[in-house]
Design a protein around this ligand. Structure first.
Ligand code: ZN
Length: 231
């Protein structure tokens, strides 16, 4: 259910009374429902924007992966704080290029979850971010464009080659979207950008539709500063 702005405003004091706002990172009481305490704000690091270059994929990352951003992602993904999607998306949106009203909107494509994982968690954290980015006017969310066919094990602890092998063929573009992606600028959306193996599998799948360009948007980037190469 989507509440109107006025209704949200009128019930806000009640919400604050029943659920006193707490910093989603450290748990300290804060003044408003959406945001972080000032200490946690000051510990969020912002990585450099990686612009399109010689074969490089531009990366729009809100923060570097550190203790604070890790806690935020955990609260969002596993702690039932789904409403954090708005805060995280707002920080990502601030890193994305200005939207040009004359051109076709960016297509915001989330990294897909396998349906078993989706069923367990109840939501795809990347898809919620893509929808929020759409609300911030950053493009058009296409949350079903990529499909994860194979259930992949947790990739942590696997080497780079092993991750690539596991992910090969696991992620595909839904053929119904091939025509829509062709010639468009596409942004792959995820909460955390880690090894790049998952992103590379998504990029390879989308590249088959011959988009005009592919970029990445994420909340937290591990190993910020590295750049991904087009397949
Ligand atoms: Zn805090």
């Amino acid at each position: 259910m989507v509440l109107g702005r006025n209704l949200v405003r009128s019930v806000q004091p009640l919400v604050d009374f029943v659920y006193p706002p707490r910093c989603p990172s450290c748990g300290l009481a804060i003044a408003a429902q959406e945001g972080l305490c000032s200490d946690c704000w000051s510990t969020l690091d912002v990585p450099p924007v990686v612009e399109a270059g010689e074969g490089a994929v531009p990366v729009y990352a809100a923060t570097c992966y550190n203790e604070t951003s890790r806690k935020l992602v955990l609260a969002y993904k596993h702690g039932g704080r789904i409403a954090l999607s708005r805060l995280l998306a707002r920080l990502i949106a601030a890193r994305m290029p200005m939207t040009d009203s004359g051109s076709a909107p960016l297509l915001l494509v989330p990294v897909p979850l396998h349906r078993c994982r989706l069923w367990q968690r109840g939501f795809n954290q990347a898809a919620l971010l893509a929808r929020e980015l759409e609300r911030f006017g950053k493009g058009q969310a296409e949350v079903a464009a990529l499909v994860r066919h194979k259930r992949t094990p947790n990739l942590g602890g696997l080497g780079r080659d092993e991750r690539e092998r596991v992910l090969r063929g696991a992620i595909r573009l839904d053929p119904a979207y091939a025509r829509e992606l062709k010639g468009r600028h596409v942004v792959l959306v995820d909460d955390v950008l880690t090894s790049g193996a998952t992103s590379r599998a998504c990029i390879a799948a989308m590249a088959q539709a011959q988009p005009a360009g592919i970029a990445l948007a994420c909340f937290a980037q591990v190993d910020a500063g590295h750049c991904l190469r087009h397949p």
